[in-house]
Write a protein that binds this ligand. Sequence first.
Ligand code: NAI
Length: 276
Amino acid sequence: MKNGILLGKRGIIFGALNDKSIAWKVAEKAVEEGAQITISNTAMACRMGEVKALAEKLNCELIQADATNYAELVNVFEKSQEILGGKIDFVLHSIGMSPNVRKAIPYDDINYDFMNKTIDISALSFHKMLSAAKKTDVMNEYGSILALTYIAGERAFVGYSDMADAKAMLQSITRNFGYIFGKERKVRVNTISQSPTMTTAGTGIKGMSSIFDYADKLSPLGNATADDCANYCVMMFSDYTRKVTMQNLYHDGGFSTMGMSAEVMEIYDKGVGLEK
Ligand code: NAI
């Protein structure tokens, strides 16, 4: 898909770790659509060959930053503006991590130091990113800032643990900062609520294959892939969505509106011997 809908635009993509990452696909699509970008990730991720290879492939600069560190975020914005030669049109926050989920600690027996870390990395980092972008005044009018979320921020999903709390906060930050950024600078702030996706972060969730399969069978269009998500992000960065802000946008094949599907009912009927 090459329509040049990001021609002349400058963007920053946070969170590409490997070729399964949603951010990786977004970086590729954004460049394919004509944008110039920089990419950013943690020192540890940047040391890995894969992230460097992406930067080389896309001919873009890789700027190291821990998204919980305000000064490092300011540096990413200032450097990106310098490297790309002008104000920024779009930013992707594709960052999430929970030590509680990684260590499979039950939600009702949670480690609170870990929980602080989850919230700092997965939610507060977005507030810091928005604040750093506003204070450095790097965003162009009608610029688009996106973060990725999951429906567990609004509904209970077993196994999602404190990531659910972080996602609820991420979505709230989107609304509250979105108002200020829109009013004062005409900058758009939205979240995309993506289907379960088999990435490094995704496969760290306990029971991910069941969550993935259930969502796929419940959704009339099936799960949205990372590639599908990248297409949606590119549209949200483009001028075709100039008046969309403060929204949580479902990108889930219809999952969020479903209650029961024929496919799930068939499996349930078989499982409990209810076939007619
Ligand atoms: P991923 O594991 O490829 O990406 C997560 C990224 O977060 C990695 O690049 C990692 O280095 C980065 N990160 C972790 N700590 C950081 C820090 N302190 N500073 C800067 N970066 C840091 O996984 P994926 O799935 O592409 O995740 C991207 C986003 O999509 C996350 O917000 C995730 O919660 C969200 N999402 C994922 C879904 C899934 O099923 N995979 C579903 C819905 C949303």
